[in-house]
Design a protein around this ligand. Structure first.
Ligand code: MG
Ligand code: ZN
Length: 229
């Protein structure tokens, strides 16, 4: 096959405020501040990242439903303009703060710092943060969370992992969701898992069906939620 002709953007060539070093440095400082605040209140914070429609909200709902008997749970829901996810998580009886980012395609540590002020932190054990549906820039913006989960689904096709390597480097656990649709999609979860391990050999990978609640217990174990919270 003839090789495709390609040009490659030089570093800094694409004019993108998100790549500005100062901004990333400032974000990191604010993330550390968030983490200190969370640690002071012994709150375990879990950042949940993934594409639109991968199942981030369903995963958080399932985890909240399983954990709420023993832990006091809060959530921050990031979304451009709607409160759809926040409303769905609230149905679990969880306190939710909505963060609308407008046109921004990721949450940042500053917004999380603002949202944390809205909670009674003394009354929380676990905080879920649903990031904006995006696989690219959330990787560059740590929020101060203790754990990061990436949710992917078999409906995103066979190449989604190798096309988005950076987010998998940042993950503690990857959920491969909608596992019940594997056959219909003709996508191999084993191949996706191999792709993930090639990028990040120490990450945990769990297959889930968030509609039926399958794999949720394994996630609780996989990131040792009970040891932290
Ligand atoms: Mg969602
Ligand atoms: Zn972004």
């Amino acid at each position: 096959m003839e090789q495709i002709k390609a040009i490659k953007a030089e570093e800094g060539e694409i004019f993108d405020i998100e790549l500005e070093e100062d901004l990333l440095k400032k974000n990191k400082e604010l993330a550390q501040r968030n983490k200190r605040l969370l640690d002071k209140h012994k709150i375990l914070a879990i950042d949940v990242m993934g594409s639109i429609g991968s199942g981030k909200t369903s995963l958080i709902k399932n985890l909240a439903s399983q954990l709420k008997e023993n832990y006091r749970i809060g959530a921050i829901a990031g979304d451009l303009t709607t409160t759809i996810d926040a409303d769905r998580i609230k149905d679990e009886g969880v306190e939710v703060i909505q963060v609308n980012t407008g046109k921004e395609c990721h949450l940042d540590a500053n917004l999380i710092g603002k949202a944390l002020k809205k909670f009674d932190l003394k009354a929380l054990d676990i905080l879920f943060i649903e990031n904006v549906g995006n696989l690219i820039c959330p990787a560059d913006f740590p929020l101060g969370s203790h754990k990061r989960i990436v949710v992917i689904s078999v409906t995103e096709g066979p190449w989604m992992v190798i096309k988005h390597p950076y987010i998998f480097l940042e993950a503690d656990l990857v959920a491969i969701n909608k596992i019940d649709l594997t056959k219909a999609m003709g996508v191999s979860p084993q191949k996706l898992t191999e792709d993930i391990y090639k990028i990040n050999p120490t990450v945990k990978v769990v297959q889930t069906n968030c509609i039926k609640g399958e794999g949720i217990e394994e996630i609780v174990e996989g990131i040792r939620i009970k040891e932290y919270a």
